[in-house]
Design a protein around this ligand. Structure first.
Ligand code: HSE
Length: 440
């Protein structure tokens, strides 16, 4: 090990759950980093809106500031840790840090999901790095794994469960037979869900994460706006129970999949075989499943949020930068991340099987009507399951989104036979996820 020639100074902006975790992890492990890694890491400055939190964490008032400019303009600071989230002032923090020659480590998925290309280019132009392991999957080491360890592969699929809140809600609904609203209220009471749960339950948080993971995995630019996102609000305990009887679990999946017609990138609840490893990921845990043409199937599992798991990812990035800095060399500048321009596939071109749950109306035969509509649209009915409350579920053959959307609209019109198309959930074709693995 080369001896450390200098102390590496870190500034932390934001003392929420993650920022507090980063502060505590670095302060409790500083001696270990010195002894084991030869890295002398020092927290030079900490910024937060309120000083009360800094006081609670035992931060020296000399280190504290409520103005982020004090951190990015401090010439002693090598690495800025931005953990406030959101677009502003995070964008300005990034830009001014880069301009001042500082590397940035962030967990900011919302910002990177939309502007990673622009921010990476700004870092590269300034000769510094932008690192974001903590932006996806909390403590799971997946961003750097895709960027470095799996870079010898053509990635075929990067998909998984990347939102702990929705996985917690769906898991409890499945385990306890409870309704969505009831579990959401409980999750909010217990601190698993935000008071405003929109970003999580509508799939927007997961959309940012799969945009980042797909961009890195496929080496092409994919933004949050490219992701077709649909959340879990419409899922009922009954859907989960019927899925179980059919041999499936319902999970909110974030999927990036390479196809001949472009990258298929989407977030939505899906039925997956109960035997698949992703079906066993329960509670607030996350898992990312990556298929590479050489490596085959891999899966990375762990805590997707929380102070220490997320701090583990942030500090890993900080130490990766600190290693060369501490021996007097500079980390390489941010590489060009998106070297190719692959098309994004239109969601209307997706073909999956579907589960459809229908509540009959007062006249006619709902099942006959539904099957006729499916047939008219060229959609096969593979299975029908009568349910105790008089409703029924259909499983279709593989169908294109466009045809399914039209069929569902026509079914819902129903002419008295159909009271309601209560839900329509995709049954994910997971065999497609592994097509293209090189034979041994
Ligand atoms: N709201 C996020 C989740 C936190 O539920 O997974 C971690 O990004």
């Amino acid at each position: 090990m080369q001896p450390s020639t200098r102390t590496v100074n870190v500034g932390i902006i934001g003392l929420g759950t993650v920022g507090g975790g980063v502060y505590r992890l670095i302060t409790t492990h500083a001696e270990r980093y010195r002894k084991n890694l030869g890295i002398d890491l020092r927290i030079a400055r900490v910024c937060n809106r309120s000083e009360k939190r800094a006081h609670e964490l035992g931060i020296d008032p000399e280190q504290f500031t409520s103005d982020w400019h004090d951190v990015v303009s401090d010439p002693s600071i090598d690495i800025v840790v931005e953990v406030i989230g959101g677009e502003h002032p995070a964008t300005e923090i990034f830009e001014q840090s880069f301009a001042a020659g500082k590397h940035v480590v962030t967990a900011n998925k919302a910002l990177l999901g939309r502007h990673m290309e622009k921010l990476s280019a700004a870092a590269r132009a300034a000769g510094v790095q932008l690192r974001c392991e903590a932006s996806c999957g909390g403590g799971i080491p997946i961003v750097n794994t895709l960027e470095h360890d799996l870079s010898g592969n053509e990635v075929i699929t990067v998909a998984g469960i990347v939102n702990g809140t929705t996985n917690y809600i769906l898991s409890r609904m499945a385990e306890e037979g409870l309704g969505y609203e009831e579990v959401l209220a409980d999750a909010q009471r217990l601190g698993y869900a935000e008071a405003d749960p929109t970003a999580d339950v509508d799939g927007l948080d997961a959309a940012s994460k799969i945009a980042i993971l797909s961009s890195i995995g496929f080496a092409t630019r994919i933004t949050t706006d490219d992701v077709h996102a649909q959340g879990i609000r419409a899922i009922s305990a009954q859907d989960i129970e019927v899925a179980r009887k059919l041999g499936y679990a319902i999970k909110m999946l974030a999927i990036g999949h390479r196809t001949d017609s472009g990258i298929d990138v989407r977030v939505h609840p899906a039925m997956i075989p109960a035997s698949h490893p992703l079906a066993g990921v329960s509670g607030a845990m996350n898992a990312v499943y990556v298929v590479g043409d050489a490596v085959g199937e891999t899966m990375f599992y762990g805590a997707g949020a929380g102070a220490f798991p997320t701090a583990s990812a942030v500090v890993g990035d900080v130490l990766a930068l600190a290693e060369p800095l501490s021996v007097g060399t500079s980390p390489l500048p941010e590489p060009e991340p998106f070297k190719r321009e692959l098309a994004i596939r239109d969601i209307r071109d997706l073909s999956t099987r579907y589960y459809v749950r229908i509540v009959p109306g007062d006249t006619g035969d709902a099942q006959v009507h539904a099957e006729e509509v499916l047939t008219e649209h060229g959609i096969a009915t593979e299975q029908v399951m009568k349910l105790e409350d008089g409703s029924f579920a259909l499983v279709t053959g593989a169908v294109c989104e466009g045809a399914m959307t039209n069929a569902l609209a026509e079914m819902a019109r129903g002419e008295g036979a159909v009271r309601e198309v209560a839900n329509a959930i995709r049954i994910e074709d997971m065999a497609a996820w592994t097509e293209g693995i090189e034979a041994n």
